[in-house]
Design a protein around this ligand. Structure first.
Ligand SMILES: [Fe+2]
Ligand SMILES: [Fe+2]
Length: 256
């Protein structure tokens, strides 16, 4: 049996959500949400803003909730998780609980016999054509530009690392496209993401991109052939969005 026919039947069930903003007053709700995920799911993807205020205790709620399911949970952090500069503690708490926190990194899982690669990073600000923050002027502004450049480079590296996986996913907090920001005030779009993050996605054509952050944005967009979903809970109006990806739908070439 060749590689293509071996992969033809493989489908993975994904549940994605962003901006779950765990906090003590909603602890019971977090447990309920993960209990309901016990419905068959192979992979859970969390698109940042895991906590309400960046408190490690809030991350501990998610750590507890994640214990209620068997499927791997992969997350990126959001700006709220960085707010108190305790993001390393948050990452440590989640990692201890078995949640894989991706920051400028990638990981792979074998799910139902198929290798799934996930490139994940928070992303950052910068705006969308024709209104980008530029690499010009005061050092503070140029540092902001450089921070986004680091995120873009990390996404390039992450997608390179998972290039041979038959199913490839990008997980972000900030948006790589303007399309999924429709509904947000255009004046704040430069703070909700940047299409500089779209370049590696356009080049590598992963199967799926998930992001959050834009609570009042739109659900669905596209970068070339790749579907992009803003899985921010307020946008979805539900706890998790579910999608199935099948290796039978990926291009013949094993390297992307
Ligand atoms: Fe959020
Ligand atoms: Fe956010």
């Amino acid at each position: 049996m060749d590689r293509a026919s071996q992969q033809a039947d493989t489908t993975i069930r994904i549940a994605g959500a962003g901006d779950i903003h765990c906090q003590d007053s909603r602890r019971a709700e977090a447990m309920r949400v993960f209990d309901e995920l016990a419905d068959p799911v192979d992979l859970v993807l969390l698109a940042g803003d895991l906590t309400a205020h960046g408190e490690p205790a809030e991350a501990a709620i998610l750590a507890d909730a994640s214990q209620r399911i068997d499927a791997p949970v992969v997350a990126v952090l959001g700006n709220h998780d960085w707010h108190l500069a305790r993001q390393r503690e948050i990452t440590a708490i989640l990692t201890e609980a078995g949640v894989r926190v991706l920051e400028r990194d990638s990981t792979t899982y074998t799910v139902n016999g198929a290798e799934v690669g996930i490139a994940g990073t928070k992303g950052f600000v910068g705006g969308f054509a024709p209104s980008h923050v530029s690499d010009f002027g005061e050092p503070a502004l140029r540092r902001l530009y450089a921070e986004t450049s680091e995120e873009v480079e990390a996404l390039h590296r992450g997608l390179g690392a998972i290039a041979t996986c038959p199913i490839r996913i990008v997980l972000l907090h900030y948006s790589p496209i303007a399309e999924t920001l429709e509904g947000e005030r255009p004046g704040i779009w430069p703070f909700l993401g940047t299409d500089r993050l779209a370049a590696p996605i356009l080049e590598r054509e992963p199967d799926l991109v998930l992001h959050g952050h834009a609570h009042s944005g739109s659900f669905e967009g596209r970068i070339g052939a790749t579907p992009v979903y803003n899985v921010s809970v307020p946008v979805m109006g539900r706890d998790f969005w579910r999608i199935e990806l099948s290796t039978s739908t990926v291009p013949v070439s094993p390297v992307h």
